[in-house]
Design a protein around this ligand. Structure first.
Ligand code: ADP
Ligand code: MG
Length: 333
């Protein structure tokens, strides 16, 4: 499927950032960030609230000036505001502005006009985010999710080759979120470059070619979700129905790193699941044993010690940094 094609490492660069810093008062929001986004890439920026995602993406968009460092977007510096760049990039900011007294369609036609695009472009954009039915609804009467989609449509109306989205799926219900995934995948399938932020780690894992995890204005990790998961040594969890083996017995099994209890199961964490499953098989059989492989969320939690705000909520509510008891670890469906 073309939509899932990852650009090769030597693909031309769409965004090149070197040593970018931004301080607000005594707060170092962005602290020496460097990264490249390749053309055709779907690039995710992850990190807890306050990590600097919005500041960083706004610097790249040309909406904010960095204190130091360099940014190149499609070969141009975005600051000071570069009018040659504007038709080529689409921007949805975290707090989008609307012409609230207009209908959804009027709003989009207005935005399209700013780019010298016609009403047909507005209609295409409305259809793309499934807002055609709401075209005649006043912007102020749209639901939160519908406004979010209108903001995305506004970023796409002029057919940009590079698209920046700051938490586009934050206000969306699960169905709308999945629908937007299809839109984003299709845009990528057309060869566009997408840079976006999200708190949904399952989503980043499903959509992104590469992600950067930001912590305190710095990059804590940058790679494909798959490589992050496999190289972080994130552990597999084996859920054994309670009563099969004792906690101490489980902890003593060769290859088990941690044991906890959760929702009627013993949770065995291991980096060698095959070995532990074999041992379990010999002891109790594997009936009802559930294997949960590591996900991007595990990597994220290890790096940040934070649950993602918009992601699945942790059952134990804990921030499972190294050394926290396993029973505070979250479960994932
Ligand atoms: N305009 C601003 N003035 C002062 N501080 C700001 C401003 N914007 C962001 N910050 C601070 O900078 C840090 C990074 O914020 P932000 O870039 O919004 O992070 P994120 O998008 O990852 O939540 C936070 O501590 C935030 O409070
Ligand atoms: Mg933000």
């Amino acid at each position: 499927m073309t939509t899932d094609r990852t650009p090769p490492p030597d693909a031309p660069v769409a965004v090149a950032v070197r040593e970018v810093r931004k301080r607000y008062g005594d707060r170092q929001a962005v602290d020496g960030l460097s990264l490249d986004v390749r053309r055709g890439e779907f690039f995710g920026l992850l990190g807890p609230n306050g990590a600097g995602k919005t500041t960083f993406i706004e610097i790249v968009e040309g909406l904010r000036q960095a204190d130091s460092g360099t940014v190149e977007v499609l070969g141009h510096s975005p600051w000071p505001r570069n009018t040659a760049l504007l038709p080529r990039i689409g921007v949805q900011t975290q707090a989008s502005a609307f012409f609230v007294r207009q209908t959804a369609r009027e709003h989009l036609v207005t935005v399209a006009g700013l780019y010298r695009k016609d009403a047909a472009a507005a209609d295409r954009s409305l259809a793309l985010v499934a807002l055609t039915e709401q075209r005649d609804v006043l912007v102020e009467n749209l639901s939160g999710g519908q406004r979010q989609r209108l903001a995305i449509a506004s970023a796409l109306v002029h057919d940009p080759e590079l698209i920046f989205l700051d938490e586009p799926t934050a206000a969306l219900d699960p169905q709308a979120r999945r629908d937007l995934w299809q839109v984003l995948r299709a845009l990528k399938g057309e060869g566009r470059t997408i840079v976006y932020t999200t708190h949904h780690l399952d989503e980043a894992e499903a959509l992104c070619d590469r992600v950067a995890i930001l912590v305190g204005g710095r990059i804590a990790a940058l790679d494909s979700p798959h490589r992050l998961i496999t190289s972080a040594g994130a552990r597999t969890r084996l859920l054994v129905p309670e009563g099969r083996i004792g906690l101490d017995e489980a902890a003593a099994l060769d290859g088990v790193d941690r044991v906890g209890e959760q929702g009627g199961s013993l949770v065995l964490e291991t980096s060698v699941p095959g070995k532990v499953l074999q041992a379990l098989d010999a002891l109790t059989g594997l009936d009802g044993v559930i294997t949960r492989t590591a996900t991007l969320e595990d990597v994220y939690l290890e790096l940040t010690g934070h649950a993602a705000a918009g992601g699945p909520s942790p059952a134990g509510g804990g921030s499972p940094a190294e050394g926290t008891p396993a029973h505070t670890l979250e479960s994932r469906a």
